[in-house]
Design a protein. Structure first.
Length: 372
């Protein structure tokens, strides 16, 4: 998604002799010396190739392990969706109206939502009518392929990074979605990529939120700007960006207080925070990220709609996917909104905040245990 801001390492030109230097060394060493140099170069090449091959193998195994963990963490959603679809199809030899009606009920109760389900089944019914689908197993594959189309365009929806200056992320959401914890995990990703991170404790409503952000800053090696509980959040942000102006931060992540999306005055405060950030750093915030609790199901749709209308969302993160059978909400949100999902949370560990890969997610969701 981001390449994680990995800066290009400068090549040590002194360590790589050019052709003229090699020729000079060969002349000085004579023919025997030239052969020795060539032999030494060949050994170095073999060693480098071997090391690269081993590194690729390790990365592949790590990737397989991460995919297995994603499968495990999506078990509840898979049971509520894919396993029920498999049970529905068991013993069925043809696709009829009764099967499609039962499939519709399964999809809606798995939190794919009415609109998403109707879209899926309109496509399916059309293909059945045209005799393109004749057996339930082919229908299941068609369902999977159609769901993947809802994520088209994600490759072109990367975070918009500024040409100069720090990348500013404004994080918002209702109470209890795991916002501050998610900020800590995102900060960890940037810090591990070698970036200097500043956390801004603009959730001044809860003293615990300020303390929690400080703990995360210490844990991941980030700086933090905070004031006392009850301070004006906009003033905290203003002072933090003043502080950042004298430092060389790569990323600034602004925590905001959890707020009900139905409270007009609280949404107006968010608009003010956005204006303050933009006044201090032109073009910022570059990312306005809404954190959603996947266990709330369809309520997430309402949250995304109202927060987007208020401040214009650029990205979403869904937390607690491991603890819910309502993971179908991921598909629903992607169908209903043109807002990319940046991350998904599948557990308490630091690495359990995963970059969202639509294909990987759908593969893990539709994974059949019978293939293990």
């Amino acid at each position: 998604m981001l390449g994680w801001f990995k800066k290009k390492k400068k090549i040590n030109e002194d360590a790589v002799p050019d052709a003229a230097e090699i020729s000079r060394q060969e002349k000085e060493a004579g023919e025997g010396g030239a052969a020795e140099i060539a032999s030494h170069g060949a050994r170095e090449t073999r060693d480098l190739m071997g090391a690269a091959s081993e590194e690729l193998a390790q990365k592949h195994e790590s990737r397989k392990g991460l995919f297995r963990r994603l499968q495990e963490k999506l078990a509840k959603t898979r049971t509520s969706l894919v396993s029920r679809v498999d049970e529905l199809f068991l013993g069925r030899k043809e696709i009829d109206a009764e099967l499609l009606d039962e499939l519709e009920e399964i999809l809606i109760t798995a939190d794919l939502g009415v609109n998403t389900t109707l879209d899926l089944l309109d496509e399916i019914r059309g293909r059945v009518t045209r005799k393109e689908l004749e057996d339930p197993q082919a229908l299941k594959l068609a369902l999977k392929e159609r769901i993947l189309t809802f994520f088209e365009g994600y490759g072109d929806a990367e975070m918009k990074l500024p040409a100069t200056g720090p990348f500013v992320i404004m994080v918002i959401g209702v109470n209890g979605v795991g916002k501050t914890t998610t900020i800590g995990k995102i900060a960890n990703k940037f810090a591990r990529a070698g970036q200097r991170v500043l956390l801004v404790a603009a959730d001044t409503f809860r003293a615990a939120a300020i303390d929690q952000l400080k703990v995360w800053a210490e844990r991941v090696g980030a700086d933090v700007v905070a004031k006392q509980q009850g301070a004006d959040p906009s003033s905290v942000i203003y002072d933090a960006l003043d502080y950042a102006a004298t430092k060389d931060f790569d990323v600034i992540i602004v925590d905001t207080a959890g707020r009900l999306h139905t409270k007009v005055n609280l949404m107006e405060e968010l608009k003010k925070i956005k204006r303050v950030i933009n006044k201090k750093i032109e073009g910022a915030p570059h990312e306005i990220m809404l954190i959603l609790d996947a266990t709330t199901g369809q309520n997430s749709i309402s949250q995304a709609k109202l927060f987007n209308e208020a401040v214009g969302l650029t990205g979403l993160t869904l937390t607690k996917l491991d603890g819910t059978a309502k993971g179908g909400i991921v598909v629903n949100i992607s169908h209903d909104f043109n807002i990319p999902i940046r991350f998904i949370g599948i557990g308490e560990k630091l690495d359990d905040l995963r970059d969202f890969d639509p294909k990987e997610f759908i593969e893990a969701l539709f994974f059949s245990d019978s293939r293990q």
